[in-house]
Design a protein. Structure first.
Length: 120
């Protein structure tokens, strides 16, 4: 079977399975799954945490030896505390607000483009 034939089979079968197992498991525990948009790291607080860990390793790496880097990595992860995490969340929320504002501006521009323009 070639890739095109396989894709056709997937197209036929996929609608029969429109639920994800993880979603069902989470729903059974009265929780929801937060799905982040792909390629938008500014909306994911773990990216800020990871940047802080990498910065710690970079600033404290004196030997460039793998065992020392591993130790620094563990130290960097342990330095991420609740207050830092709250700040990461706060930052992401601000970025999300900016994205929504931009979305509204784009909607306004798109709507305005469909209106007649009168130059005076």
């Amino acid at each position: 079977m070639n890739i095109l034939e396989l894709l056709e089979v997937v197209k036929k079968i996929k609608p029969l399975y429109n639920k994800y197992v993880i979603d069902e498991m989470v729903k059974a525990n009265n929780k929801i799954v937060l799905r982040l948009p792909p390629y938008h790291c500014e909306l994911n607080p773990i990216e800020l945490a990871w940047a802080a860990v990498k910065r710690y390793v970079r600033d404290n790496n004196k030997t460039f030896k793998l065992p020392d880097i591993k130790k620094l990595l563990e130290e960097g992860v342990n330095k991420i505390d609740g207050d830092m995490w709250k700040n990461f969340i706060r930052h992401v929320k601000k970025e999300e607000e900016k994205a929504w504002e931009l979305d509204n501006v784009v909607d306004d521009v798109m709507t305005a483009e469909n209106q007649p323009c009168v130059l005076t």
